[in-house]
Ligand binder design. Structure first.
Ligand SMILES: CC(=O)N[C@H]1[C@@H](OP(=O)(O)OP(=O)(O)OC[C@H]2O[C@@H](n3ccc(=O)[nH]c3=O)[C@H](O)[C@@H]2O)O[C@H](CO)[C@@H](O)[C@@H]1O
Ligand SMILES: C=C(OP(=O)(O)O)C(=O)O
Length: 436
C-alpha cells in the first residue's frame, strides 16, 4: 500500500494539463472489440484502471501497439474467446468497473459476453440490471452464477427494439449502444445517459460506420449495420481532473492555468464552482484561476436560502465532483448542503475532514452540511487512508492546504484515476513525497 507525505500550506503556481478522461477511455477501449480493423486512440491516460483494461484486451487476443505516450493502436482480428472462461479472466475482469463494457461488444460480434462482478470504487450499491435488461431486450439469454458472481449473455442474433432504461446508467448505456450497433433493425434507447463520455463513444462508433442519431440527448436511435471498420479517436480532457484542479487552486489560494480543457464539454461544472465563489476565467480553451487572496464566498439562492449542490445524470452535475466541491466548501465564506443522490457511501470520508478541523455535519449517508471557515482557521495535518478515487483526491487537496505534514495511505486509489499525480503537482510547487 503506497503512501503520500504532504507538507501543506504552500501556494502553487503555474500551468497544468489535464489527462485524457478515464471514464471515456474505458468505453472507447472496449469499442475496439467491435471491429477486426485497426483502431488508433490518442490521449489515453496512463493510470491503473486503464492499464488493467489494456492488459485484459491483450489477454483476449487484441493486438496492441504503443505508438507514443497516450497513443495506441488496437486490432481485434483474432480473439482468444477461451480466455473468457479462464480463472485469470475472473480475477482481471473483477478488478475494475470499466471491464463490464466488454460484454456489449463481445455479445454483438461473437454472440456471447461474460464478466465477473466488476470492481471499481466501493461507494454504495453498483448494480448491473440496466446493462443486462438492455441485452435481454435485444434478444440475449442471461445467466448469472451466484456462487462465482459471474454474469453471461448469449444470442445467435440481436434484434433492435425500443427500450426505456430503468435509470440513465453511464456504463449501462455505453454497453447497450455497443451491442445495438451490430443488431438487426433499429434500437431506440430512451432515458439514455448522455455524458460527454457517451457522446464521444457514439461519435467514434459513427466514424466506424455505425448509424446512431440523437447523440447528446437521452433518446438514441441506432440503426444496426452488418460490420464496423477502423478509425482514429482522441479522448477528451478529463472533466473530473479539471474540477479537481479548480478545487486545488481555490483551497491553496493559488494562481493556476488549466490548459486545453475543452470548455464546450464541461457542461455546468464551471457554473457550480462559480456558485462557490471561485473566479474562473475563460482564456481561449484554458481556464485561468487567479489567486483568491480574499477567499471565496458561497452564493445563496435568490430568496436568501442556503445553496444545495447535488448530483444528477448529465447535463446535471457529475457525482464524481461532489467530494471535491465538499472539500472546497470547508474554507469558503458561507454554508452549503452537499447532496450525493446517486451513491450512499461516498460521503463517509468527511470524518477525516472533521478530524482536520472542518465544520461538517453528516446529516445522513447522502447529505452533508458544510460551514466554511473562510480561511480563519487552517485545517490541521493528519494521517488518513484514501477510501475511493475522489475522496482520495479531496483528502490530498485538504492536505495541501493544511498546516503541517499529512500522510495519506492507500494512494493506489488515487493512482487508479490520476496520472503521475505527485509528479504533476510537484511541478507546480506542491511538496509531496511518495513511498511505495
Ligand atoms: C467507469 C465509469 O464510467 N464510472 C462512472 C459511471 O459509473 P456507472 O456507470 O457504474 O454508474 P451508473 O451511471 O450506472 O450509476 C451510478 C449510480 O447512480 C445511480 N443512478 C444512476 C442514474 C440515475 O438516473 N439515477 C441513479 O440513482 C445508480 O443506481 C448507481 O448507484 O457513472 C457514475 C455516475 O455518473 C460515475 O460516478 C462513475 O465514475
Ligand atoms: C466512481 C468512479 O470510478 P469507477 O466507476 O471506475 O469506480 C470515479 O471515476 O469517480
Amino acid at each position: 500500500m503506497g503512501t503520500f507525505q504532504i507538507e501543506g500550506g504552500h501556494q502553487l503556481k503555474g500551468e497544468i494539463q489535464p489527462q485524457g478522461a478515464k471514464n471515456e477511455a474505458l468505453q472507447i477501449l472496449c469499442a475496439v472489440l467491435l471491429t477486426p480493423e485497426k483502431v488508433t486512440i490518442h490521449n489515453i491516460p496512463d493510470i491503473i484502471d486503464i492499464n488493467k483494461l489494456i492488459s485484459l484486451l491483450g489477454n483476449l487476443g487484441v493486438k496492441i501497439q504503443k505508438l507514443a505516450h497516450g497513443s495506441y493502436s488496437f486490432q481485434a482480428d483474432d480473439l482468444n474467446l477461451k480466455y473468457l472462461e479462464s480463472p485469470e479472466f475472473k480475477k482481471e475482469g473483477s478488478s475494475l468497473r470499466g471491464s463490464i463494457m466488454i460484454v456489449g461488444p463481445l455479445l454483438a460480434r461473437f454472440g456471447k459476453g461474460y464478466i465477473p462482478k466488476p470492481g471499481g470504487d466501493k461507494i454504495g450499491r453498483r448494480r448491473l440490471d440496466t446493462h443486462f435488461e438492455g441485452f435481454i431486450k435485444l434478444g440475449a439469454k442471461f445467466r448469472y452464477n451466484r456462487e462465482e458472481y459471474f454474469y453471461g449473455v448469449e444470442a445467435d442474433e440481436l434484434q433492435g427494439t425500443y427500450m426505456l432504461l430503468d435509470e440513465a446508467s453511464v456504463t449501462g448505456t455505453a454497453n447497450i449502444v455497443m451491442a445495438a450497433v451490430l443488431a438487426k433493425g433499429t434500437t431506440t434507447i430512451y432515458n439514455a445517459a448522455c455524458e460527454p463520455y457517451l457522446q464521444q463513444l457514439c461519435k467514434m462508433l459513427n466514424r466506424m460506420g455505425a448509424k446512431i442519431s440523437g447523440v447528446g440527448s437521452n433518446l438514441l436511435s441506432i440503426e444496426g449495420v452488418e460490420a464496423l471498420g477502423g478509425c482514429d479517436h482522441t479522448v477528451l480532457p478529463d472533466m473530473i481532473e479539471i474540477g479537481s484542479w479548480i478545487g486545488l487552486a481555490a483551497m491553496t489560494k493559488s494562481e493556476l492555468t488549466i490548459k486545453n480543457v475543452s470548455w464546450e464539454n464541461l457542461g455546468n461544472i464551471p457554473t457550480v464552482f462559480r456558485k462557490l465563489g471561485i473566479t474562473l476565467e475563460k482564456r481561449g480553451d484554458d481556464i485561468y484561476i487567479p489567486e483568491h487572496k480574499d477567499g471565496y464566498e458561497i452564493q445563496n439562492y435568490i430568496d436568501g436560502s442556503i445553496l444545495t449542490i447535488a448530483d444528477a445524470p448529465w447535463p446535471g452535475f457529475t457525482p464524481d465532483l461532489l467530494s471535491i466541491v465538499l472539500v472546497i466548501a470547508t474554507q469558503a465564506r458561507g454554508s452549503v448542503l452537499i447532496h450525493q443522490k446517486m451513491f450512499e457511501s461516498r460521503l463517509f470520508f468527511v470524518d477525516k475532514l472533521i478530524d482536520m478541523g472542518a465544520k461538517i455535519i453528516l446529516c445522513d449517508p447522502h447529505r452533508a452540511s458544510v460551514i466554511g471557515h473562510d480561511f480563519k482557521s487552517q485545517l490541521k495535518a493528519t494521517t488518513m487512508v484514501s477510501p475511493d478515487i475522489r475522496a482520495g483526491i479531496s483528502l490530498l487537496i485538504a492536505a495541501l492546504s493544511a498546516k503541517g505534514t499529512s500522510t495519506i495511505h492507500n494512494i493506489e486509489q488515487i493512482d487508479r484515476g490520476y496520472e503521475n499525480i505527485d509528479g504533476r503537482l510537484k511541478a507546480i510547487g506542491a511538496k509531496i513525497v511518495r513511498t511505495a
